[in-house]
Write a protein that binds this ligand. Structure first.
Ligand code: FHN
Length: 572
């Protein structure tokens, strides 16, 4: 270690910043990985005793309350004769993914490798092969990193506590220390027999038998077996819910927001958003709610534009095949990345502190990459950008696009013809671009549209990307803020788009802008997901910069609302 290098405590293991940067380098460059949830749950695939089991398919044992004795016969049925590690890895590689995180053991406790610890693993099935070894060999051959997801929570091991309500086995002799020793013995097999492992992706850390002491000990143990491995934050108990990362005092190298992309990333830490392609992690025969390839591409760009990675899940069938809808989408994402990967791999968060209405921006030294989500956009405003722009071109072309500096930053004029799916434009800049202030700008049609993703929130309420709204608004003192710039005065009709379940309806709130205040009452919209537009009346506003605030004036129940947007439309 270089003399005098400041040491940073990485959860009990002294490491300099330079050493951690070296360890994280491949992860920060990769930006895109494949998550694989594969286990015995792929056999029932969302059904049990002829009935549909709702929710995530890998949770079937819990949701259908299947006692271990009734679940265990699945082991005798498991024989994934169509499993082909090379095919899986080539699908991931062609999709532009740089690493694979596969469930070595999910909550069901079943080991997906022939472990010598006990008999609840694939070594005691008709499938006399080791899928993790075959994946390790295929990843090595194709140049991807193999990583393991390992659940701390274990619904099968007799020493794991707490027991689930549907598990009537005697718990009087259960011993959590003995369980941890078992888990460590399995992890030692995984970290000594399968070559260099990129990430140990822990999960299931939320039950009361797990704590910081155990988490830090497990982090240190894993790193002692493979010092260069990366360990996610779910090894410890410092994850702030699904939000990702709460406190650096806990073990773990990066944050893990799940099924969402933080509105403004997780500044100052490494992070990776894990998301499903439909609504389940494990294979479900009844979940056909597939996201479009365009949505998956936009999610990847959104993560990269905020300095994070995107871990996209597939749930293979019990025969060992990745579902065709997943294959089709991954192929389309790979096609996009083959043309636009320069904007993603080894990119950094763009200079804009908040998302832009037309898309996202990533950056590399001397370049900005403008990824356009809005298919109708004809020009791109870059509010508050301080930079010297030399040239703007479509990525991969030398065509020079028109652009000009304005009072508000820059405007780039887009070509008439452009790729249909998330076109990317490269801005050649001199030096390091800076964004001093990023007001939400009034559109050319005079409208002022304030989406939740561009707001700054004071308090614990926060943006939920699955609802495109600010939720968890459970404190009456939370305030939602936008800084806006009106380039033309006028009289505007104000409208709030919101959702609120019946039990929480009735809060009153006010929207203030330019010294004017509009008031409203939150109606029952039927659910937190069902959004309606509530007119608030009209307001006359001068041109100039204004602060917009939405705050509750009364919160009679547990929450105020889910706020999707505030819109000011000019009265004709
Ligand atoms: O309970 C698991 C779930 O099955 C899935 O594995 C996700 C993926 O991150 N993690 C847990 C839910 O947070």
């Amino acid at each position: 270690m270089a003399a005098g290098s400041p040491k940073i405590q990485t959860s009990g293991i002294p490491e300099t910043k330079a050493q951690k940067d070296r360890r994280m380098k491949w992860f920060r460059e990769a930006r895109f990985g494949m998550f694989i949830h594969w286990g015995l749950y792929s056999i029932p695939a969302g059904y049990w005793k002829g009935k549909t089991v709702p929710g995530a398919a890998e949770w079937l044992q819990y949701t259908a309350q299947v006692p271990p004795a009734e679940y265990e016969p699945l082991r005798e049925q498991f024989n994934p004769v169509k499993f082909d590690a090379r095919k899986w890895v080539r699908i991931a590689k062609a999709a532009g993914m740089k690493y694979i995180v596969i469930t070595s053991k999910h909550h069901e406790g079943f080991g997906m490798w022939p472990s010598k610890q006990g008999d609840w693993n694939i070594g005691h099935t008709a499938f006399k092969r080791d899928p993790l070894k075959e994946l390790a060999d295929a990843c090595k051959k194709e140049g991807l990193r193999l990583c393991f997801y390992h659940s701390i929570m274990d619904w099968h091991h007799p020493d794991y506590l707490p027991r689930k309500p549907w598990d009537r086995r005697d718990a009087s002799t259960a011993n959590m220390d003995r369980y941890v020793a078992y888990m460590k013995a399995q992890l030692k097999e995984l970290l000594t027999n399968y070559g260099p492992i990129g990430i140990l992706w822990f999960d299931g850390e939320w039950e009361n038998t797990w704590n910081h002491e155990r988490g830090q000990d497990l982090y240190n143990y894993v790193r002692s077996l493979q010092p260069n491995i990366i360990v996610n934050n779910r090894v410890d108990v410092g994850r702030g819910g699904m939000g990702g990362m709460s406190d650096a005092q806990f073990a773990g190298d990066y944050g893990t927001p799940e099924q969402e992309i933080p509105a403004n990333g997780l500044p100052g830490v490494d992070w990776e958003s894990c998301m499903t392609m439909n609504d389940t992690w494990g294979f479900s025969a009844h979940d056909q709610n597939w996201k479009s390839a365009t949505t998956l591409i936009q999610n990847l760009v959104d993560c990269a534009s905020k300095g994070g990675n995107y871990l996209l899940n597939v749930g293979p069938t019990s025969l060992g095949e990745i579902p065709q809808p997943s294959i089709d989408r991954l192929r389309d994402v790979g096609t996009w990345l083959s043309k636009n990967g320069e904007a993603i791999y080894s990119s950094h968060a763009g200079p804009f502190p908040r998302p832009l209405p037309w898309g996202r921006v990533t950056q590399k030294p001397g370049k900005l990459y403008l990824a356009v989500f809005d298919p109708q956009a004809k020009e791109l405003e870059l509010p508050g950008l301080q930079a010297e722009i030399r040239r703007v071109s479509p990525l991969g072309s030398r065509e020079a696009l028109k652009f000009e500096r304005t009072a508000d930053g820059f405007v780039v004029h887009l070509p008439e013809t452009r790729p249909s799916t998330v076109p990317v434009y490269v801005v050649d800049v001199v030096g390091t671009p800076v964004v001093t202030t990023q007001p939400v700008l009034q559109a050319k049609d005079g409208s002022l549209r304030l989406p939740a993703e561009q707001a700054e929130v004071t308090g614990s309420a926060h943006y939920e990307s699955d609802k495109k709204a600010i939720g968890f608004w459970t404190h009456a003192g939370d305030v939602v803020n936008w800084n806006v710039r009106l380039r033309r005065p006028g009289t505007f009709q104000a409208t709030v788009e919101l959702a609120c379940e019946s039990a929480s309806a009735g809060s009153t709130f006010e929207v203030s802008i330019g010294g004017r205040t509009l008031v409203g009452t939150v109606p029952d919209t039927g659910s937190w997901f069902k959004f309606v537009k509530v007119p608030l009346g009209t307001v006359e506003l001068p041109a100039g910069d204004h602060a917009v605030q939405v705050k509750a004036t009364n919160m009679p129940h547990g929450a105020v609302m889910n706020l999707r947007s505030v819109t000011f439309l000019p009265r004709s």
